[in-house]
Design a protein. Structure first.
Ligand code: NAP
Length: 249
């Protein structure tokens, strides 16, 4: 796929799925804007990718930072074609009855409000340009309750609904809005899950997880017309059919 001249914003690009996605889109020729809180990590990654990458330190739980990051991207590259809403957090894992209310709410601020902030800032730019693609990283936890993860499950369920809402409002103006549920991926998040020992996901072996470049390749494929059947929906990377269509197996 050739994304020469196209611009993508990736939130949570400092490691894991986001960093793998940055490499994948850069290889396809896109301009990549890397957003995360860890300025050193995204700075190093941008330097590794080269002149078509910029690092924009950004906490997605703060709307003004997201808005400024989208503005900075448009001013650097002249437009915005793709938004990958990938930033997400899970800690602290805790039973609902014992959860710290502030920490619980902060996960909503990142995983749900952060996704809304990205859409809110990017949609007017894309609509004015006649179209664009917005993909949010979802999770099996959006659709199934898991012990100790009430904040995460509630935030991912909300983010999945935001995908459907943004599709409803944006499709006629050329927006392609989708979700990607990657299954379990070998990243820092799975290390935290393992260390918690809570719920069946923590019992999985490291070898059960897919590598981060699988969701990264799938995200790239989702930007092509081949994925148009899935506009407004969520794609599950647990599906053998999807893995085949992306060329992973
Ligand atoms: N790994 C899995 O098995 C799995 C399964 C299903 C869904 N997911 C989802 O996939 C996405 C990526 O996760 P991952 O597995 O790659 O985990 P990860 O390695 O822990 O990466 C999470 C990324 O999100 C960023 N982030 C966290 N809070 C942020 C904030 N407030 N503002 C900006 N960036 C923030 C982190 O960067 P900074 O700390 O530098 O800000 C980091 O780059 C998440 O949405 C996660 O829920 C993962």
């Amino acid at each position: 796929m050739n994304l020469q001249g196209k611009t993508v914003v990736i939130t949570g690009a400092s490691r894991g799925i986001g960093a793998a996605t940055a490499h994948e889109f850069a290889r396809a020729g896109a301009n990549v804007a890397l957003l995360a809180r860890n300025a050193d990590a995204i700075g190093d990654l941008a330097a590794e990718i080269g002149e078509r990458a910029i690092a924009i330190p950004c906490d997605v739980s703060r709307y003004w930072e997201v808005e400024k990051a989208i503005e900075a991207t448009v001013s650097e590259f002249g437009g915005l074609d793709i938004l990958i809403g990938n930033a997400g957090a899970l800690e602290p894992i805790s039973h609902l009855s014992k959860a710290d209310p502030e920490a619980w709410g902060h996960i909503i601020d990142i995983n749900l409000k952060g996704v809304f902030y990205g859409m809110r800032a990017a949609m007017p730019v894309m609509q004015a340009a006649g179209g664009g693609t917005i993909i949010t990283i979802s999770s099996g936890a959006a659709h199934s309750a898991l012990e100790g993860w009430s904040h995460y499950c509630a935030s991912k369920a909300g983010a999945a609904m935001l995908t459907m809402c943004a599709d409803k409002e944006g499709r006629e103006q050329g927006l392609r809005v989708m979700g990607l549920s990657p299954g379990t991926v070998a990243t820092q998040m799975q290390r935290e899950i393992k260390a918690s020992g809570v719920n069946p996901v923590a019992q999985l072996d490291w070898s059960d997880h897919i590598p981060p470049d699988w969701p990264a390749k799938t995200l790239l494929w989702m930007c092509s017309p081949e994925a148009d059947d899935f506009i407004g929906q969520e794609i599950s990377l647990r599906s053998d059919d999807i893995r085949k269509r992306v060329g992973l197996v």
